[in-house]
Unconditional design. Structure first.
Length: 82
């Protein structure tokens, strides 16, 4: 389960960066793309951190990182809808 989440998060982040790079000169929607990129990067970092903390057995901090990652995912979804 953890490797699937890691693979999915990494893949979507890399594809997001590629898309962001291709759209870098497009003025329309730039602010929204930047905010989306920042939230998505934070979410991926939280997912990776949660995985590493779980592997080390630090479950209290793992839980915190997982909650932050879930919150980041929800924030991204709501940002896209809004």
């Amino acid at each position: 389960m953890g490797y699937t989440t890691l693979t999915f998060a990494t893949t979507t982040t890399v594809l997001g960066y590629v898309n962001f790079w291709k759209m870098r000169k497009e003025e329309v929607g730039r602010k929204k793309r930047i905010i989306h990129g920042v939230i998505s990067t934070f979410t991926t970092a939280s997912f990776l951190t949660a995985g590493f903390l779980a592997r080390r057995g630090d479950y209290k901090n793992h839980r915190t990182a997982a909650i932050l990652a879930t919150g980041g995912t929800l924030a991204t979804v709501f940002w896209i809808i809004w």
